[in-house]
Design a protein around this ligand. Structure first.
Ligand SMILES: Nc1ncnc2c1ncn2[C@@H]1O[C@H](COP(=O)(O)OP(=O)(O)OP(=O)(O)O)[C@@H](O)[C@H]1O
Length: 617
């Protein structure tokens, strides 16, 4: 599936060793039918493109006329056979020329507007498609890929093809037409001189392809380096990153890490810009000396009795000079296309990713008659990127939770409790066995309706950099102020919010860093209360709090769990004593189950853990 790899979340690369980052640095992905796929991006804009092509054709046709008028201006206006200059004819020809140039400039502006609109719309649509595709990817994709690397594809790669999307169509058509028209005019003027003018072209085309290949390779490396830079920025300039680097006094190291990648980037940018320079300089020299060669050849032709007038030579060299720019333009476009094919390949690679967890074609909504029932039947689960030789994270796990029950999962760290809770909303897919929600296999349900019925308060509370009100209404965008406040009251946070000078309009800061841990958790609980799901998953929601905050949050959790199935993942056994059922997970298996008093009486793992935590009955 994805060729993208990277360390697991939390598995940050260690000092000076960026090998894990470089794992992203595979060569440009091979995408079949790349050009056709790029062309397909323009399909929705066929009408605008047709108009652009028409404008380009008209513009190109217009641009061929003035040089031909030049010949007449010379031969009939300035130097008519055997007489003084013919001013009226000259003025007439000059005014036609001026009119044509004005028309051509106006067409140019119109055409630029059209191509810029189409190009930017195509780019915008590509960005949204990519974003949407990423939204649909399973959780495991994000745990194994650096956020910065993902961001870079969206921003740097899509942004990098903007020039090509904006200019290619008009440039290719406009320049091709001008080149062909100029070529025909040259042939009409003198076929002998035309041969002289185009003799070097095949060599130039071959050289250009070579340069393009080199550039594409450099472009791939440049984008990979940009992606690493974005990853470093994202990692070290986030609130968590800066806290980490400050607390370990690693700012200098971070700057050095950034600076190393930056040096690489600067070098690559220079190489990319320089890679075509010698080529274009050489082409320029060739094209510039052609008029001089034409004069010499014309002299020989005249001497040999061929009819070549002064007007023909002037017109010919004018046309030839005008051929130079479109020709160079075409070469640049070809080069840019080759260069950006590396970027397009990276974009299409992400667009072609297949989400591992998708709805079946006949997936149905969650049934309402058994809402709240959750069960595992012989579930085995191994993380997709886990070593196949190691033991599965969950092995033959079976349990059944009735609607409205409070079920707690306890056990040592790393036992697999959180993993159990992730399989219920299908954040991961069971490798074997059945996960049942309201009596149905979760794989037979639409993800929309499944998630609709589940609320999650996770270990790490995530809040957007927005106001408290906006963070709350994320769960229900149409919620009224009264509903927001009711939820906040339920979560014991209303009074705290009202004590802030800006109340519900208080901006919580990046990831909610301006709030205390307990406040953040209570906001997360209020958010889930607004969602009002039939099943609530609480993952260690009180683990990081002191006893007073814990009591407040616990009160909020009790309100939240009332009237719905609650699945609580807990470390602190004191919080789960009143649970209807407790499952003790150890090394991926459920080793004990029952109520608190049953488990204490059983004298097994639970009673031992309970004793270790110095809890008293
Ligand atoms: N994305 C992942 N890829 C591979 N292994 C993972 C991944 N996430 C978790 N694990 C591993 O799966 C095992 C179970 O993790 P899980 O988070 O379910 O444990 P837990 O019981 O909730 O632990 P804790 O109480 O410490 O939160 C651990 O060994 C962990 O290292």
């Amino acid at each position: 599936m994805s060729t993208v790899s990277g360390p697991r979340r939390g598995g940050r690369v260690s000092g000076g060793d960026y090998s894990a980052q470089k794992a992203e640095n595979a060569s440009a992905p091979k995408i079949p039918h790349l050009l056709r796929r790029i062309a397909q991006l323009f399909e929705p804009h066929r009408a605008a493109l047709s108009l652009t092509i028409t404008l380009v054709l008209i513009g190109a046709a217009i641009s061929v006329v003035p040089p031909l008028l030049t010949k007449r201006a010379f031969d009939e206006g300035l130097f008519p056979p055997g007489g003084d200059p013919n001013i009226p004819i000259l003025l007439q020809l000059v005014s036609i020329m001026v009119g044509l140039w004005i028309a051509s400039a106006a067409l140019g502006v119109w055409q630029t507007y059209l191509t810029a609109t189409v190009g930017n719309k195509v780019m915008g649509a590509l960005r949204v498609r990519l974003f949407d595709q990423l939204q649909r990817m399973e959780l495991a994709f994000f745990t194994r890929t650096k956020t910065g690397v993902i961001q870079s594809r969206l921003q740097n790669d899509v942004g990098g093809v903007a020039g090509v999307l904006n200019n290619t169509v008009s440039s290719v058509i406009g320049n091709t037409v001008t080149v062909i028209a100029a070529f025909i005019s040259m042939l009409v003027l003198s076929w002998q001189l035309t041969i002289v003018a185009v003799i070097v072209l095949p060599g130039i085309v071959i050289a250009q392809r070579r340069v393009g290949q080199v550039r594409a390779r450099i472009a791939t490396k440049t984008q990979e380096s940009l992606s690493n830079m974005t990853a470093i920025t994202q990692e070290s300039l986030s609130v968590s990153g800066i806290l980490l680097s400050k607390s370990f006094n690693q700012q200098t190291v971070e700057t050095e890490r950034y600076s190393q990648e930056n040096d690489l980037q600067v070098g690559l940018q220079v190489r990319q810009q320089m890679s075509g320079q010698w080529f274009f300089a050489t082409v320029n020299i060739f094209l510039s000396i052609i008029p001089a060669i034409v004069y010499v050849v014309a002299a020989y032709l005249i001497t040999g009795g061929v009819d070549v007038t002064a007007g023909t030579i002037v017109a010919f060299t004018t046309v030839q000079a005008r051929l130079m720019f479109p020709l160079l333009g075409l070469m640049r476009v070809a080069l840019d296309l080759q260069t950006s094919s590396a970027l397009f390949a990276r974009i299409f690679e992400y667009l072609d990713l297949k989400p591992a967890i998708i709805d079946k074609p006949d997936a149905r909504a969650v049934r309402t008659d058994a809402l709240g029932a959750v069960a595992f039947d012989n579930v085995t689960f191994r993380y997709p990127d886990a070593d196949a030789s190691t033991k599965a994270t969950l092995q033959s796990v079976s349990f059944s939770i009735e609607p409205g029950q409070y079920a707690a999962f306890v056990g040592p760290s790393g036992a697999g409790k959180t993993t159990v809770s992730y399989l219920i909303p299908r954040l991961h897919e069971a490798s074997d066995g059945l996960v049942l929600f309201a009596g149905d296999d979760v794989r037979d349900l639409t993800q929309d309706s499944l998630i609709q019925n589940i609320g999650i308060v996770s270990q790490e509370t995530y809040l957007f950099h927005a106001s408290i009100a906006e963070n709350l209404s994320y769960a229900r965008p149409d919620a009224s102020v009264e509903q927001l406040e009711a939820a906040a009251r339920g979560a014991n946070i209303h009074n705290t919010i009202m004590s802030f000078p800006e109340g519900y309009a208080t901006i919580v800061g990046e990831r909610g860093y301006r709030l205390s841990g307990g406040e953040k958790q209570r906001i997360a609980i209020a958010r889930v209360l607004l969602k009002d799901p039939s099943v609530l998953i609480l993952d260690e929601a009180t683990s990081a709090l002191d006893s007073i905050s814990e009591r407040t949050v616990q009160g909020a959790l009790d309100t939240a769990s009332r009237g719905r199935t609650t699945i609580a993942v807990a470390h602190r056994l004191s919080t789960v004593r009143s649970a209807d059922v407790i499952f003790v997970v150890d090394a991926g298996e459920i080793v004990e189950r029952g109520t608190h008093s049953e488990l204490i009486a059983g004298g097994g793992v639970y009673s031992r853990l309970y004793a270790e935590q110095n809890c008293t009955d």
